[in-house]
Ligand binder design. Sequence first.
Ligand code: AMP
Length: 282
Amino acid sequence: MQVFNEINALKHALSIERKDGKKIGFVPTMGFFHDGHMSLMKEAINETDCVVVSIFVNPTQFGPGEDFESYPRNMERDLKLCEELGVHYVFTPEVSEMYPAGYSTFVECEGGITHTLCGASRPGHFKGVTSVVNKLFNIVEPDLAFFGQKDAQQVAVLDKMVRDLNMNLKIIPCPIMRENDGLAMSSRNVYLNAIERKEALVLSESLKIASSLIQDGERNSNKIIEQMKAHIMTASSAVIDYVQIVENDNLSDIDTVVGDVLFAVAVRIGKTRLIDNMRMTI
Ligand code: AMP
């Protein structure tokens, strides 16, 4: 495994791999790995010949007052996990390598898809994501790029960016990895204290409630959302950001739950903002 923090050195190494006919798989991350990250890397190893993982806590996707400074980091452990798994290249740029003095170009996906769900409460977040992922795609030039369905809106936005800009790669969405009790894995789960960790289960439980209401024949979005919210509010530390049922491809709200549908929740548990979702075809 080779570790690069300079863009040009990584580009050069990958150009040789490409000349050798290798299919390049890319897993962009912010590090502090859990089994969700590892599942993306495993999928990339299965599907491609040369796997590149980036570890970069991207400042432009954090809003003022968000957790950029305190975001959990453990580079030594992350590199060891990549090496053990068989990743070929890890890209670990400094902020100044990605955004040198005078940097001023951003890529923005406009419209409802970036303004709903997390886009409503995190203005500018997706502009930061599309800009950094665009840069990373230009640096790595992957054939396939692997993203977790845990961040369903991110997948939808990036998939649209790839189509809109005719990029020569395919986004591969990968399933949500969960702890045994159902909590979706997230680097931010370390912020939770013991009580909050238990209360955080209301996110995945609310999705199970939605699923059983659908099985019982309920199709009215508002009624399902009401019951999901009522369950989330049983946790004393929970403050709901959103509970929405949307069309999976354009993320617009629906009144009647039919088709390819995404149930999406974002809840603050104490100071920690957590998200979860469930995709269903009805
Ligand atoms: P992050 O380091 O949080 O930016 O995440 C890097 C990648 O891992 C993104 O594509 C996430 O969607 C994905 N990811 C994060 N958590 C999970 C999870 N629980 N299951 C599957 N993928 C995940």
